[in-house]
Every structure is written in C-alpha cells, then in structure tokens.
Design a protein around this ligand. Structure first.
Ligand SMILES: [Zn+2]
Length: 160
C-alpha cells in the first residue's frame, strides 16, 4: 500500500465500540490483535478484528524476544489470513492503555526493523481519567528514503 493521502479509512460504530471495549476489558494491560479491512477504490473499511495471542499481554511495551521471529510470524500470519479468510487488508494492532495515540519508542523500533508496515493503536475508554475510546493508525515506510515516512491514518467512524 502506498501513501495515505487520497485514501480514507472507515470503521463502523459497532466495530469501533467492540475493539475499544475489548482493549478496555484488558485494561491496564497492553494487548495485541489483528484488524481486517476490505479495500475499495479509495477507501478501506474495517470488517473484523481478532486477538493475537502469540504476543503476550504486558503492562508495558516490551522488545520482541526475537526480532526475526516477530517478523516471520507477522508475514506468515498476514499471508495466512489473506489466503484462508480472503481478506484484502490485514493490520496489526495493540492497545495503549496510557491513552497516548503516538507510537512508543519500541513500536518505532519494530517498524524500523520491518522497514514497512502499519501499526494500529487502540485506546480503551477509561472514564475514571476522562480517557475516550480512540483508534489511530501509523503507516511507516523507510524502504526508499533515508528518513522514514510516517503517516497518521485517521479513521472515520460511520454508522452502518
Ligand atoms: Zn505501542
């Protein structure tokens, strides 16, 4: 996938609630999952999410124990979902219970290692600290440039 300029990202209200509620259920742990989307001409619409139990839930960001295994597992799983489930787009997501929508230092190191990819951040609602449910994506590419291209993917919440 190329840049994000003319491309829109959509998620239905119900799926948005489902995924942010799931992150809230696991609060204050960071949990990992996959988010599937269907590609249309100029937009992608999220269709479903599942958990990724290969990556354990933790209280804080942790470095992959093996970078190579992390990468291999990601490639293997994305290919598997695309083939077996016939989905167009597979994104990796994890929660940021802190409420920070930005990439963590470790998130950046992972993307740098992968050299290209998308990381979706799911922010659980936390009413006690007035934290609102939120979902954002980061597109990363350092394949063709010295400095990585990092673009924010803003999701539009739509009623179905
Ligand atoms: Zn993160």
């Amino acid at each position: 996938m190329s840049g994000t300029k003319d491309f829109r990202y959509l998620i239905t209200e119900s799926l948005f609630k489902e995924i942010t509620d799931k992150a809230a259920e696991e609060y204050p742990n960071i949990v990992h999952g996959w988010l599937f989307a269907e590609r249309k001409e100029n937009f992608g619409i999220c269709t479903k999410f599942i958990m990724n139990t290969d990556l354990r839930k933790t209280k804080a960001h942790v470095k992959p124990r093996s970078w190579m295994r992390y990468k291999k597992s990601k490639i293997y799983n994305m290919r598997k979902f695309k083939q077996e489930l016939g989905v167009d787009i597979v994104w990796q997501w994890h929660s940021h219970p802190s409420g920070n929508e930005k990439l963590h230092q470790i998130d950046k190191r992972i993307l740098k290692y992968l050299s290209n990819g998308v990381m979706i951040i799911v922010i659980p609602p936390a009413p006690e600290k007035e934290q609102k449910a939120h979902l954002v994506g980061w597109y990363y590419d350092k394949r063709y440039t010295k400095k990585p291209i990092i673009e924010k993917m803003v999701f539009e919440i739509i009623s179905e």
